[in-house]
Design a protein around this ligand. Sequence first.
Ligand code: ADP
Ligand code: GN1
Ligand code: MG
Length: 365
Amino acid sequence: MSYNLENIFFNFQVKGSFKSGEPYGSGHINDTFLVITKETDNADYIFQRINHHIFKNVPKLQDNILRVTSHLRKKLEQTPGANPDRETLTLIPAIDGKPYYKDDEGNYWRIYIFINNNHSYDLVETPAQAYEGGKAFGRFQYLLSDLEGEPLFETILNFHNMDMRLETFFQTVKKDPKKRVALAGPEIKFVEERADEMTKILRLGEAGKIPQRITHNDTKFNNVLLDENDKRLCVIDLDTVMPGYVHYDFGDSIRTTTNTANEDEKDLSKVEMDIHLFEAYSKGFLEETKSFLTPVEIDNLAFSGKMMTFIIGLRFITDYIDGDNYFKIHHEHHNLQRAKAQFKLVASMERQFSQMQQVIENIMK
Ligand code: ADP
Ligand code: GN1
Ligand code: MG
């Protein structure tokens, strides 16, 4: 699908003139473009077409993002040495003042200032990078802990609700709409064997043993921008910032930061959890959060790595059996391959689980 990006450009309060626009990044849900302006002294822009089939109330979603980015900006302005223009996203209002624009085809668009000279990694290369990611997401959680006003709008209901994800999975297996159940036997067994264990965080929440916080809920490592020296710069991709448990954020970062291979790696022998990257990320994260996390939250951080890797694998395999209606795919069995890689990573964490627990305990000493 191609879009008239120049036309979108005119509907926002942008500075400068449109030069070119190209697809950008590797996201599975929205469409992202880098738009370059003609003048060298004007900023470039990130354009995003928001997937309104998945985010069903875009005005409320954008209202969340405006609240979150304004709050972060205010906090950064009070922090000596901080640079609010580079350390939080800047939304550009549309001509009518709204934080989004709806085009004639019904597509919703938003624009951010492009933060230049950044590094965004799909695969982490060094413990130093992992540490910076941990600091960035830990700090993000801390800075949002005093967001005033009503709770943030839940942009996707039950997003990390394990009971709900499991129920959808079992229903989809039963329906088998694309006759793919036969191709996913080992993955279905993998889910069945772990289903009960994986609801632990929900049960702790229901029992009032862990608190709801404001969480990001999509803390993939490529959702933190590092600067030219690989120091933490900015947390991005704010569509799913809403109430949640700390385990959703810590766990999803562990899923992506510690993996020695890509999320959809075909050669499963390459997929392992790297304990050194785990240690570095955990250290960065806990430096920013240990003053306010509770002992029960901390005791379950290592488990959350397994849980979030499992739930993303579960969503990939569910989408595969359902006929690929949710995640963008690049070849026929892509979602199956993604699920296999995620479950291999869960197995790697299971093997190293006692070391993971030990790492957290040592950091907390
Ligand atoms: P998705 O939900 O599709 O992952 P993101 O919001 O994460 O979308 O954007 C996709 C990619 O675009 C990011 O990984 C990052 O490289 C880049 N990006 C997004 N926003 C900015 C920004 N304001 N400045 C620089 N790069 C950005
Ligand atoms: C999706 O859009 P992207 O790539 O940031 C998904 C996340 C998954 C991730 C897996 C709204 O994120 O939940 O963890 O893919 N986002 C949504 O890579 O479903
Ligand atoms: Mg992203």
